[in-house]
Design a binder for this molecule. Structure first.
Ligand SMILES: [Zn+2]
Length: 71
């Protein structure tokens, strides 16, 4: 099992530290449990190409957080 680094970031929309990674693809059962805890968001299995990598579990905002580049 892959260990995930969960660093929640501040949402630019609502200001709450609830911004987590959006997980695309077919989630495992573990992923469902983590998503229910708010550790990340399930983005679904359809990937368009420029999907946001971060989402807010508080207000539903999705996008990119400045300075959070993983590249
Ligand atoms: Zn928010």
């Amino acid at each position: 099992m892959v260990e995930r680094r969960l660093e929640k970031q501040i949402c630019p929309e609502c200001g709450v530290t609830s911004v987590v990674e959006i997980l695309y693809g077919m989630p495992s059962s573990d992923a469902f449990e983590d998503a229910e805890r708010g550790d990340f968001i399930l983005g679904g299995c359809v990937i368009i190409g420029n999907d946001p990598s971060r989402g807010c579990t508080s207000c539903g905002w999705r996008g990119e957080v400045p300075g959070s580049s993983q590249a």
